[in-house]
Design a binder for this molecule. Sequence first.
Ligand code: G6P
Length: 596
Amino acid sequence: MDFIMCGIIGFWNIEKQAFPVIIDSLKKLEYRGYDSFGLAVLSESGSLNIEKQVGKVSETKCNEVSGKIGIGHTRWATHGKVTEKNTHPHIDCSRKIAVVHNGIIENFQELRNELLRTHKFFSETDTEVIPHLIEDEIREGFSLKQAVINTGKKLKGRNAFVVLHADTEEIIAFRNGSPLIVGLKKINGFSEIFIASDIQAFLHETKEVMYLDDDQIVIIKEKPEFYDINTNEKIEKRLIKIDIDFSPVTKGDYAHFMLKEIMDQKQTLMKAINQNDRELMHVAEEINNSRGVFFIGCGTAARVCHTAEYVFSSIADKHVNFVPASEFGNYKHFLLPETLVIAISQSGETADVLEALKIAKEKGSKVISIVNVQESSVSKISDYVFHINAGPEKAVASTKATTSQIAVVILLAYACSGMLREGDRLLVDLAAKVNDMLNPRYSEHIKNIAEKIYQKENMFIIGRGVNYPMALESAIKIMEVSYIHAQGFGGGELKHGPIALIEEGTPVIVLVSNDVSRDEIISNAIEVKSRGAKIIGIAPENNEAFDYWIKTPDTSEISSSIVNLIPVQLLAYYLGILRGHNVDYPRSLAKSVTVK
Ligand code: G6P
């Protein structure tokens, strides 16, 4: 079985070659997957020229194919191998229909088994059922447009796909669940039309867009035509001008995006807290008057949501719930129109988050989001959006977006407690401390510690209070970049099992904050030290329990979540480098996970 998530691009014009345009766009979509890529271009003679490659589009050479209309795809496989055969586009038996797809066809086995009676499959993917289904529909006498609609309706799950047929000079795209956006450009009187999973794919070409919504198709030729798949009626769309700076992001003087983005935290906290006070107060009122608040997110953003439980309890004396977005469906019975669902997402495109928000909307609950990428799918469906303004985050491992998200959560909690001014002052002070902390000597010190432990295969991180979810996040950071097995625990939990894994020299990172939990977490450190652990203390003050000490600014308990996480981000970075990994693009991961 092959579940894929990916980036899709389609390009239509009558003047220039599609190949370089598609390749450029695929590079911009790499954050959605970088296992392999492929494209299909309609040749002058009316056949499909297809090229596929395993590897990253930015690092792999691909034979140029000729033609002006084409579709392309960059893939991230979760099931099924990363092979050329499984790379998109996929084609039908007649080799006339090429399809690129994002999503999971939940009933693909059933469809494939049925199709296997009369069709030959070339890959193990779920996607391949689409061209074969379209082929059947056309054979039955339906137009390409109707064949695409009929096929799309047969697919269960959240899907988007784009079709190129050798006999027509048009591209047709279908959306149900996964985003697709049309970009329009007029050049010397000629139209150039793009369709992609994300505006980033063509924002360097045009800022004029039209959104394809769920249960709609778009036919792309001289101009895009949108149709409702249920009524078949034509839909008029508004042309929207996107106001986003799309200047290319570079690493500057840094060796990797990850290091640059860690260092960006010197400025990003200030940008995150620069929110509109009136909106903050308005949302705070909604939170205070709500019946139930759920923070939802995935991966690192989920750890921020978990942190929110502590932040709101400590600052606003308010109970809020954290649920990983992928588990949110289990809580739907508790959702009322007065319930608030607060989504945290860097990309605003994570499939599980979008699915959770759909559930919230169905129940009439209000949706608030804290996102980085503007014009993302999450921001579009939210009632209120707080942009963290961290700037593009390119490295797969989230760093600056994480601390910015925490800062906004802290600000919201202060707004709920009626102490927004105090919160603001505290965070400005924190931002200044982070700015001082991120100096070359500090990085060098952390690099030296990394050199001592990079050959270890297991690591543990412990923290209490707000530093418990930060211990969990620290483990994610270390694992994803260095591939060292790392686990985070609440300080008190270590002795209920994991302590059995502590051996002579096992590194244990201890996240300390100067508050009531300090003595307890130090006791936990001593417990593991007496069993041979090497203690890396991340704390405002040194302690005899520490084998290595990474000094952090002395802040409030809640702010320690931010100042304790930053040195772990640096440690993870250096561990990854010392182990020879591509820290910006770790194996098997993607920046934005667009499948459930
Ligand atoms: C992926 C990324 C993580 C990120 C998570 C959620 O797993 O590698 O860094 O935390 O997705 O992404 P989001 O864009 O919703 O924050």
